[in-house]
Design a protein around this ligand. Structure first.
Ligand SMILES: NC(=O)c1ccc[n+]([C@@H]2O[C@H](COP(=O)([O-])OP(=O)(O)OC[C@H]3O[C@@H](n4cnc5c(N)ncnc54)[C@H](O)[C@@H]3O)[C@@H](O)[C@H]2O)c1
Length: 327
């Protein structure tokens, strides 16, 4: 896939100092597209990692950055008023994480519901037609049928995080219906890669293995995840931005379910260190298995993930060692 967006496009990328937002913004900037980034640098995880990502983006002349919070309507109005040239929005800012939604539910309402609504409503007020946003595989909850298809029922979320993402899909539909906006929701499946999130398994496990601490292996290692490499996700996001369909939901996953035990083995191999495992029961809110049915994404987005878990973990660990200066 070789997506080319017209050079005169200006895209607002929210969460641009976040893991996926950073990679999407960087790719767009490299393509010569003007990018306006927004992030509030919240301290859900290591803020210095967000600063490192943003520093890389700031090296591009075609990048303009606003620090602020999407829950603040006056801030959202200001950014859109000052940038009447925005043609598309790629909304990736959110309070992410399933487990943290049990601890701090309000963060999810503020960022994922209030922030989302502020942004889509101001997009409508400023006649910005194309709105591409992050949903999540979490919306499938404890769906027993695998792989998860976009035609499956997603009315039984098992965490507030999942409920907030499902709510985003519903809000987007109402804006499409009422105002003719082009809204595409992307259900990402466990994304990993360089500059990844420190609250997710790849960095958590690597840190613990490196520091000779026990890793908590939930569901006794029997948990399975459809790990999707960041480069494949970027391709899917670019294609969604390019097509800007009237109203769609797509799964962006690797279409392969990987058992946690095998995933740990790969990290051990690449770090050349053994893990000490502390076997744990499954956590409330966690789902046992995820796998994306990507037939529809193949058909409409030409989406074809290319990175195997073996190759992806090798690239991730190589970045991890360099970034965290672990020889
Ligand atoms: N990484 C994954 O595996 C995964 C899987 C499914 C869905 N998603 C979704 O993809 C999107 C990007 O995820 P990520 O992994 O890059 O997460 P991330 O936490 O690294 O990035 C999100 C960024 O948004 C910013 N942010 C949060 N709330 C904000 C607000 N109210 N105003 C302004 N900025 C705010 C954060 O500071 C952060 O930098 C999120 O919507 C997430 O829910 C991610």
């Amino acid at each position: 896939m070789n997506i080319q967006l017209p050079k005169e496009t200006t895209i607002l990328v929210t969460g641009s100092a976040g893991f996926i937002g950073f990679h999407v913004a960087k790719k767009l900037l490299e393509m010569g597209i003007d990018v306006i980034g927004i992030d509030n640098f919240n301290n859900y995880y290591d803020v210095s990692l967000k600063e490192s990502r943003n520093k890389i983006l700031k090296e591009f002349d075609n990048y303009k950055f606003y620090k602020g919070d999407l829950k603040d309507l006056s801030f959202v109005k200001k950014v859109l008023n000052e940038n009447k040239n925005i043609n598309k929005i790629c909304h990736l800012a959110a309070q992410a994480g399933v487990r943290y939604s049990l601890e701090n539910p309000h963060a999810y309402i503020q960022s994922n519901i209030v922030g989302f609504t502020n942004l889509i409503d101001e997009a409508k007020n400023n006649n910005i037609q194309d709105f591409i946003y992050a949903s999540s595989s979490s919306v499938y909850g404890n769906n027993k049928k695998l792989p998860f298809s976009i035609t499956d029922n997603v009315n039984q979320p098992i965490s507030l995080y999942a409920a907030s993402k499902k709510a985003n899909e519903l809000i987007a539909h109402s804006y499409h219906h009422l105002y003719g906006m082009n809204c595409t929701g992307l259900r990402f499946f466990t994304v990993y890669g360089p500059y990844g999130r420190p609250d997710m398994a790849p960095i958590l496990f690597s840190d613990a293995i490196y520091n000779k601490q026990a890793i908590k292996v939930f569901n006794h290692g029997k948990m399975k995840r459809d790990f999707t490499y960041i480069d494949d996700i970027i391709e899917g996001v670019l294609s969604a931005l390019y097509h800007s369909y009237p109203y769609e939901i797509f799964n962006l996953g690797n279409n392969k379910s990987i058992e946690l035990n095998y995933f740990i083995e790969l990290i051990e191999k690449n770090l050349d260190k053994k893990a000490e495992k502390q076997m744990m029961d499954i956590q409330p809110g966690d789902v046992e298995n995820t796998c994306a049915d990507i037939d529809y994404s193949r058909e409409k987005l030409n989406f074809e993930p290319k990175t195997s878990i073996e190759e992806g973990i090798e690239k991730f660990i190589s970045w991890y060692k360099e970034y965290y200066k672990h020889a």
